[in-house]
Design a protein around this ligand. Structure first.
Ligand code: FES
Length: 524
């Protein structure tokens, strides 16, 4: 069918890269082979299975690239307008290429570096010229580790029982293909800087991630730091050990993590918004399966992570889907009761993605079709969207319940962190909504349902992928990298699960009503 399927072994069943997710018709395929024993139930290796029936419908896709709406850029960041010196760790002296001042190669070709935002769901890589700071290319793809589960806990469980480190090897295979497609000789790439949550980062470095999945949820790097075995949670390895196609003496540097599930991606966001030099009180919220929260300024910083689950990414929702073509991303209920929607790439609707779900909840509330407890006012058990699609798109009370709980966890996280900081939402100067979901949210809808505090619009900045921006800054500036190392040590981690008020805040946060901006320092 002309679909390019990744492979490094020429269909020998060895590289494990030819992954396909089968969403319908698994029964029409040959039985699973020994080479596929590691895969979750919806996944197959395409070189190991054949179609066994003359009739029937099979739906499947390779791991997605490009077509998936992955947030590759950041917007309105303070660091974009402030000046910092181009001062990378990799420099040139004539034909000598130096890493931290020590020669690692001889070449007159330009010198390059890579920044990567390694997410649980998606991976974004940017190629930069280290002598000019210019971005040459970027690439993004769905994290192929999805065969080991869609959230970090599932991946931790998978990796803990897998001695072959197949999660890491599969990702390296995909990364290798992406690097080889860049328009430069990979041997001219001398450093790779990685921002990612604690689990993704540690898996990439082949560290044991078991401790991140158990209370008190610590990366092995944190535990070793406490025992005095290391001075930083950042990681540094030679590229030769990873089997990547970049220069073998290149350095692979994992940004420091903050604590627990507040990882190197959150650290990169702090660098991107220039928190170390910030006098105002600012908050960063990156809503996802695991929502990360940071609050503070240059004198005091608190951080927390909330396990909100996949509902706002379309998971566990009957007609939910990721931000792909066909996803309803905007919804308005008109006065004549018809529903107006915007679908990504204007195709017939296939489902509703996160920003559409927030709009839908808000519209149901605004038009009195749903009460603040998430019950339909007309006694029906579902709301059907009358839109152009091949199969019915609907929204049920059990979907609302899933979203209520995800929202409850996010709001409780916000309440706890503000409560512990001793400020109210009103005291906030800037509220950064980071990440792809945060970028596409309708702020008015989010405030109406109480997903974000009810603060003035002008204080809210939807920054997009700040993590990749932070990784680029760390790649291009030694001073900024050192600043981040120091800042990461300063952050106090709020452990939500242990907080006495968390459950009360969670129960209240499950209701669909605006979150009063004066809250947080109060006890109710
Ligand atoms: S192509 Fe390598 S395992 Fe299928």
């Amino acid at each position: 069918m002309g679909i390019k399927v990744p492979t490094s072994c020429r269909k020998q069943g060895k590289c494990k890269e030819c992954l396909v997710e089968v969403t319908q018709g698994m029964e029409f395929l040959t039985p699973r082979t020994a080479e596929e024993a590691h895969l979750g139930k919806n996944f197959r290796l395409s070189c190991r299975c054949k179609i066994t029936s003359d009739t029937g419908v099979i739906r499947c896709h390779t791991m997605r690239r490009g077509e998936m709406r992955i947030e590759r850029h950041a917007f309105e960041l303070p660091t974009r307008t402030k000046t910092w010196q181009l001062d990378p760790c990799v420099t040139r002296d004539g034909d000598r290429i130096l890493l931290d001042g020590a020669e690692i190669a001889r070449s007159m070709a330009p010198i390059h570096g890579l920044a990567m935002d390694l997410g649980t769901t998606t991976v974004v890589i940017r190629l930069l010229n280290l002598e000019t700071g210019e971005v040459i290319a970027d690439a993004s793809f769905e994290n192929p580790q999805r065969f080991g589960g869609s959230d970090v806990m599932a991946r931790i469980h998978f990796d803990t029982h897998d001695k072959s480190k197949i999660l890491q090897r599969t990702l390296v295979g995909y990364l290798t293909h992406a690097i080889e497609e860049f328009p430069v000789d990979p041997q001219t790439i001398y450093e790779l800087v990685i921002a990612g949550n604690s689990t993704m980062r540690d898996l990439f470095f082949r560290l044991n991630v078991h401790s991140i999945g158990q209370s008190p949820y610590r990366s092995i790097t944190e535990l070793e730091m406490e025992e005095g075995k290391r001075t930083t949670t950042s990681l540094s390895e030679s590229a030769g050990k990873f089997g990547l196609p970049i220069h073998p003496k290149a350095r692979v540097y994992g940004l420091p993590i903050i604590s627990g599930h507040v990882g190197a991606d959150a650290a990169a966001c702090m660098l991107a918004i220039d928190l170390a030099n910030e006098d105002r009180t600012v908050a960063i919220m990156d809503i996802g399966t695991n929502t990360e929260l940071i609050l503070g300024n240059k004198t005091k910083i608190l951080a927390a992570s909330c396990p909100a689950g996949p509902a706002f990414e379309g998971g566990a929702i009957a007609c939910g889907m990721p931000g792909l073509p066909g996803a309803i991303e905007k919804i308005k209920i008109l006065d004549n009761d018809s529903v107006q929607v915007a679908v990504i790439e204007n195709t017939p609707a296939e489902g509703i993605c996160g920003s559409g779900l927030v709009d839908l909840l808000s519209e149901l509330l605004r038009t009195n079709r749903m009460d603040t407890l998430g019950r339909f006012e007309n006694g029906e058990d579902k709301f059907v969207l009358d839109v152009k699609s091949d199969s019915p798109i609907y929204f049920t009370e059990s979907d609302i319940n899933e979203l209520a709980q995800a929202k409850g966890a996010n709001v409780a996280g916000l309440r706890v962190i503000f409560h512990d900081y001793g400020v109210s939402f009103d005291d906030l100067d800037v509220f950064f909504l980071a990440g792809g979901f945060g970028r596409h949210l309708n702020v008015e809808s989010s405030k109406r349902i109480g997903l974000i505090p009810n603060i003035p619009d002008e204080k809210i900045i939807q920054v997009g992928n700040a993590a990749i921006e932070g990784a680029c800054i760390a790649l291009l500036s030694r001073a900024k990298r050192n600043e981040l190392e120091a800042m990461a040590r300063q952050v106090t981690h709020c452990r939500l699960e242990a907080h006495e008020r968390f459950f009360d805040f969670f129960v209240e946060g499950c209701q669909f009503k605006p979150v009063d901006a004066s809250l947080a320092t109060q006890n109710t």
